[in-house]
Design a binder for this molecule. Structure first.
Ligand code: ADP
Ligand code: MG
Length: 695
């Protein structure tokens, strides 16, 4: 059995246990570096550094400058009161400086700084009443001058972990770095002037200049490339496997499509036609279709999916449409029903709610091929669901799936064409890292007749105005979404905030208000949402669970609290819940003042445009990479070193490299192939390696 190379073992040891890291701060550290391993720590890159190499006579010490110099200890001035500092006078040939200590114990200082002794001090020089002083300087014996006269890397920190603690652990972690076989192509490496992996990684933590902090510095580029190559290689591999599975040829549907067109109250947009043309082309090829249909909320993906499914059905095969939630599955059913009825196509819906007899019946219809179209949640791909002949699977993923799930699905549905629909407009670079070399169709044109959503910003102080406005609108019959603050990494706090808002609004608006959140049972959640959709509720207070695409055309107001805490793409998704009917819609973004520059810029973009592609590109630009796909957990985009805004070119190179590797050495047997396996293990793409093993 293939196994992680032993050379990597030290990197996979726990950070807890490194010098200065115990069980308690170990947890904090793990959170900070997003992982428990020494490797995670090593990928935690410094963002700044302090240059302690500067030295000069005390008399010339510049104010505010960090310096390191040798002095003689003259005299101690213990603190008269506890609240006052303990001072120690020290001097060199040019002058004297006062060393200042708060909360320091006398015996400790006397031992550390004996009178008459020469010591090295290092710290920031400040002037107090015209005299130079240094607060809590670092101190060393003259023989150890070079331990202070260094460049000190500054890391992103968290409460409970100081830079000193982090650096100490990091210093120790550095000693665990093994030399690994080179996985980067020699010619490429030489052309870029890249260092070996272990040298690049060590240097990352020893910045000597501003340039070395730059994402474009060669050491950071190399490490980013490694990460992107692991990502692209994994995806290329999956893609390769899927390509090798034979697809089938579906002639383009004419009869069924015409019947649907007959009852369609609109004409397809240019973008819809183009996407459909691309899908038809893929489905008409013997290879297997693997296509991503990207389009903003409301861009009209459903009809495209329906038309694609007709290709399979008209050729005698079945088609399935999978939605991420029960309610969405049912909504798809409702949207498709008139079209399928017109075409005379039989369909069933299957969700986790179908139990016992009714489930048995549905399963039988799927098995016998009586059901030509199957709509449902992931329940439709469970082990006990046998298809008569599944020709096309459409996955409305709403960015819920990661690479991992796609691997599983591709195992389950051999030879089936796959169309993935996503409502998240994804910048090209991100699409590449999440989907690899997948074909993409874009619905970049909205159906005609949509009124633009009016987006307004309110500071939290103006909440009264918002509530007054809502009161008026609700009296006119409007329905309102109210999305509550997102609190990073804390579902409990999300919930508390949402419940509090719910109570406040209830006190004001009365009973016709509902609350949904991520901790509710799916069925309860769906019940509340359905009440809102039916019009039994005026206001739906929610955490971000409504992000997935419920369709309530009568809802025309979206209120988002603490808008500054959301990603732009997330705001865009949320806003897309309104503006679906013919009425004028509004989006109120409520923020907590004061806003930083970037936050201001981000929120004003929301006011300026409704184009999801523009917003996604901006988001990427402003945030680096961030969580645009909402798939952080899936490992699709949470890079440690790579920064997609800066490393787009590297990504393209990694993609080409991965393609070449797969075409030349698909099972990674060569010497470089072996090194590449190490790379995949390094980034924990074990899943991918299993595939390589299988050949
Ligand atoms: P998405 O799934 O992309 O968010 P939908 O497929 O639900 O969007 O479409 C949103 C709405 O737009 C639906 O009511 C749909 O019937 C309508 N629609 C779709 N295509 C067109 C079109 N070409 N012209 C007018 N309306 C359209
Ligand atoms: Mg949809």
């Amino acid at each position: 059995m293939s196994q992680r190379p032993f050379a990597l073992d030290p990197l996979f040891r726990a950070v807890t246990g490194l010098p200065g890291i115990g069980p308690r701060n170990g947890k904090l550290l793990e959170n900070l570096i997003s992982g428990p391993k020494i490797l995670d720590l090593l990928f935690h890159a410094p963002v700044d550094f302090i240059d302690r190499r500067f030295s000069c006579p005390i008399a010339h010490a510049p104010n505010g400058k960090i310096m390191t110099t040798e002095v003689t200890i003259e005299r101690h001035f213990p603190n008269a009161r506890k609240s006052l500092p303990y001072r120690v006078k020290a001097s060199d040939e040019s002058g004297a400086i006062s060393l200042v200590f708060f909360h320091a114990k006398k015996p400790w200082l006397e031992k550390l700084l004996p009178i008459g002794e020469r010591v090295i001090i290092s710290g920031k020089v400040e002037y107090f009443q015209g005299q130079p002083q240094m607060m809590h300087p670092d101190i060393a014996k003259p023989s150890a001058r070079d331990t202070l006269e260094t460049v000190e890397a500054i890391y992103p920190l968290t409460a409970g972990i100081t830079n000193k603690v982090l650096r100490k652990a990091q210093q120790s972690a550095l000693s665990f770095i093994p030399a690994l076989p080179e996985w980067v192509d020699d010619a490429h490496k030489n052309r870029e002037g890249w260092n070996d992996w272990h040298i690049a990684l060590k240097s990352l933590h020893e910045p000597q200049s501003e340039q070395e902090l730059d994402p474009m510095h060669k050491n950071r580029m190399r490490l980013a490339y490694d990460e992107l190559l692991a990502n692209q290689l994994t995806l290329a591999l999956v893609r390769d496997r899927q390509r090798k599975i034979n697809g089938r040829i579906f002639e383009q549907s004419t009869t069924l499509r015409e019947k649907i067109e007959h009852v369609l109250p609109f004409n397809l947009t240019g973008a819809q036609k183009r996407s459909l043309y691309e899908i038809d082309h893929d489905m008409g090829q013997p290879g297997r279709m693997l296509r991503l249909l990207q389009g903003d909320v409301g861009s009209g993906k459903t009809i495209v999916a329906a038309m694609a499914m007709m290709n399979a059905v008209e050729n005698g095969a079945q088609a399935a449409l999978m939605a991420p939630t029960e309610i969405l599955a049912r909504q798809h059913g409702e949207s498709l029903k008139p079209w399928l009825d017109a075409a005379g196509v039989r369909f069933v819906t299957l969700t986790g709610r179908d139990k016992g007899k009714s489930r048995e019946l549905i399963l039988k219809q799927i098995r016998d091929g009586v059901a030509q179209i199957i709509i449902g949640t992931h329940a439709i791909f469970q082990a006990d669901v046998d298809y008569h002949d599944l020709g096309l699977a459409v996955i409305d993923e709403q960015h819920r799936f990661g690479v991992h799930q796609r691997l599983e699905l591709s195992n389950k549905s051999k030879g089936t064409d796959i169309l993935v629909m996503t409502a998240t407009p994804i910048p090209r670079t991100l699409a590449l890292t999440a989907y690899g070399d997948l074909e993409i169709s874009k619905l970049d044109e909205k159906p005609p007749g949509r009124k633009p959503i009016e987006t307004m910003l309110f500071s939290k102080e103006k909440m009264d105005q918002v509530v007054a406005g809502l009161t008026r609108k609700i009296a006119e019959g409007t329905r309102v979404y109210w999305v509550c603050p997102l609190v990073e990494e804390s579902e409990v706090m999300d919930l508390a905030a949402a419940e509090e808002r719910y109570d406040i609004l209830k006190a004001h608006f009365g009973e016709r208000i509902g609350l949904v959140h991520g901790r509710m049972k799916a069925t309860d959640k769906d019940d509340v949402m359905e009440k809102f959709a039916r019009g039994d509720l005026d206001i739906l207070v929610a955490t971000t669970v409504i992000e997935v695409g419920v369709n309530v055309p009568e809802a025309t107001i979206m209120v988002i609290e603490h808008a500054e805490r959301f990603g732009l793409s997330q705001l865009h998704q949320l806003r897309g819940r309104v503006g679906r009917g013919s009425e004028q819609s509004y989006c109120f973004l409520i923020y907590s003042a004061p806003l930083g520059e970037v936050a201001k810029e981000r929120l004003s973009i929301m006011r300026e445009t409704e184009d999801g592609f523009v917003i996604a590109e901006k988001d990427l630009e402003l945030r680096g990479s961030g969580d645009i796909l909402g798939t952080k957990q899936s490992g699709a985009t949470d890079f440690k070193i790579a920064n997609l805004a800066a490393h787009g070119d590297l990504l393209a190179a990694a993609r080409d490299d991965a393609k070449l590797i797969i075409s030349r050495d698909p099972t990674l047997e060569s010497e470089r192939g072996d090194a590449l396996k190490t790379l995949l293990y390094l980034f924990e793409r074990d899943q991918a390696i299993k595939y390589f093993r299988g050949g």
